[in-house]
Design a protein around this ligand. Sequence first.
Ligand SMILES: O=c1[nH]cnc2c1ncn2[C@@H]1O[C@H](CO)[C@@H](O)[C@H]1O
Ligand SMILES: [Zn+2]
Length: 352
Amino acid sequence: MISAEGLRAAPKVLLHDHLDGGLRPGTVVELAGEVGHALPRTDADELGVWFVESADSGSLERYLETFDHTVGVMQTAEAIKRVASECVQDLAADGVLYAEVRYAPEQHLNRGLSLEQVVDAVRDGFEHGMAVAERPIVARQLLTAMRHKARSMEIAELAVGYRDGGVVGFDIAGAEAGFPPTRHLDAFEYLQRENAHFTIHAGEAFGLPSIWQAIQWCGADRLGHGVRIIDDITYDGEQAELGRLAAYVRDRRIPLEMCPSSNLQTGAAASIAEHPIGLLTKLRFRVTVNTDNRLMSGTSMSRELALLADAFGYGLDDFRWFAINAMKSAFIPFDERLKLIDEVIKPWYASH
Ligand SMILES: O=c1[nH]cnc2c1ncn2[C@@H]1O[C@H](CO)[C@@H](O)[C@H]1O
Ligand SMILES: [Zn+2]
C-alpha cells in the first residue's frame, strides 16, 4: 500500500478542477471580510466543514448552491488573482505537474470587471502561482459558460481570443437536467471551425442522451464526468457488453474526466467501491481521475487516488496509467504533452 507521502510525490495530471470550487476556507473568510459578503460560518475550519456538508446534498442543483459563497468573493481582480495563485500553489504542493483549471468568467462581473479583466486576473494569478510554487507545475485555463444562461457564444469567442494567452479550451457547466448541450450548439460549431478544443459536463446528473449530444451533435473532445456511460454497458461480473455509444466512446478514446468524490455528493454514484470508474478502468476506457471541487469535496488529487486505491486496490501502475491518460488528453499542443510524459511522468514512475 502506497503511503500518503508517496501519493503526494507521484506526478499527477488534473484536467477537471473548478477555480471557484477550490478556494482555501481561510481565503474565503478573508475575502468575504474585505467586501462585506455574509458567510454561513466565519471560522475558517467551520466554514470548510460547512462547504463539504452542504455540498453533500445528493443533488447537483443543491451542491451548486454552495458556489454563491465562492463566486461571491471573487469579484475583483485582486481577489481573483489571489485565488488563482493559491490554487496553483496548492495543486503543486499536492504533486500535480499539469492542471487545466476552469471557471465561468460571466459569474465574476458583479463589481464591474469585464470578461477580459477576469481572464487577465486569472492569468496573472496562475503566472504568480507557477513562479512561487514549491514544485514545477504548468497551469492553464478552461473557460466555462453556464448552461442555463445564454452567453456561451461570447465565452467561446473569449476562449479563442485568449488561445495564445493561457486559455486552452472551453466547457459548459451548471445544472444538467433541462439544459442539454445542444442548447449551445452554435458555440460548439464556432469552436470547431476555429480548430479549438472543448469539453462538456455530461452524463453526471443526466444520462446517455446528454453524453450522446455532447459527442455526436456538439463534437466534444472530452466528457466532464461521463459516469452515466455505464448505462450503455451490461456486465455480469465477467463479460461486458457495450452498446453503440459506449463502444464509440471507448473506440475513439474519448477521455472521461471522472471525479469520484464529487459524484458521491451529487448522488451520481453511491460509493467509491460502486463508482463506474472501477469497471470503466477495467474495460480500458480512457479514464482520468480529477478533483472537480476541492473545497466542496474536502479533497485533493492525492486523496482521490487514495480513495481509489482503498476501493479497488490500485497502485503505482494504475496511477501512472491515469497520469498518462490525462496528459495525452490535455488541450496543450502534442509536443508539450509528450515532453511532460517523457521527461517527468515516465522517468518518475520508472524509478519508483
Ligand atoms: O460537477 C459539476 N457539475 C456541473 N457544474 C459544476 C460542477 N462543479 C462546478 N460547477 C459549476 O461550474 C461553475 C464554474 O466553475 C461553478 O460556479 C459551478 O456552478
Ligand atoms: Zn465539474
